[in-house]
Design a protein around this ligand. Sequence first.
Ligand SMILES: Nc1ncnc2c1ncn2[C@@H]1O[C@H](COP(=O)(O)OP(=O)(O)OP(=O)(O)O)[C@@H](O)[C@H]1O
Length: 280
Amino acid sequence: MSAVISLENLTVSYRRHPALHHISGAFTRGSLTAVVGPNGAGKSTLLKSMLGLVRCNGGRVVTHVDTRRIAYLPQQAEIDRSFPISVLDCVLLGYWPGKGNWRGIDAGMAARARQALAAVGLDGFASRAVSSLSVGQFQRVLFARILLQDAEVILLDEPFNAIDTRTTSDLLRIIAAWHAEQRTVIAVLHDYDQVRRSFPQTLLLARNVVAWGDTAEVLCDDNLMRARAMAEAVDEYAPVCEVREDDLLALSLSSSRAHVHEHGSHSGHHHGTEEKGGLQ
Ligand SMILES: Nc1ncnc2c1ncn2[C@@H]1O[C@H](COP(=O)(O)OP(=O)(O)OP(=O)(O)O)[C@@H](O)[C@H]1O
């Protein structure tokens, strides 16, 4: 199976504390992977680094797919939905990565957006304001938006956080359908039983890779204990790395690239990184 996203010795730091430390491995095309680990293990940072939303301070991310074909669902807490937009318009934003503007939206596309709403169980919600929806209903809208995107790679950050069991199982069915269509799905999750039931592959993170492979093998007691121990050690002993002036200059000059996010002159020092603008 070919790699769709490769991580090559990837290090990402916030204010000189590494959140991801020398991560290497690849997500294969068509795989369905859960990213798990304790709080603060670097799971969200990993998704953001694959999107180029945070800078790599060492190593690189190589995406073997047009970055416009990557869909991203951030944690709901990161999404501001106080703006006045209807459910239908929110779903139509799924066309944005391909179109880049609103001019190309025609009746056929609007009809497909309504079909996507029906597919996520929100028939009749098109003209509702997104601000009036429950958390679970809004998550369904965001899944409908991804349905329109026709993405090759789908990144989901805690998609079932604060979502009830009925909605979760509906959305899990959509994820299974994406997997059956050979799309690559990578989801940050916390419920290990759910991961064992529905995700064949797992990446267990604790700033470093603890284990990455078949879910049954990765989620063994030994690995989970190691992940917990590594995460607990991080808070107390995380090194503050010194940043040199020339490293900072090199960092400020390096811009993110369409397909390769990297820091070319990794010297063993870790720099602080700032998040770039969000996608939502
Ligand atoms: N914008 C930021 N500025 C500074 N530090 C950050 C920032 N984002 C994340 N961090 C830190 O980086 C580390 C990894 O955070 P991240 O959100 O990637 O972890 P996570 O595994 O997704 O955690 P959780 O399960 O709690 O969502 C944490 O110590 C966090 O405090």
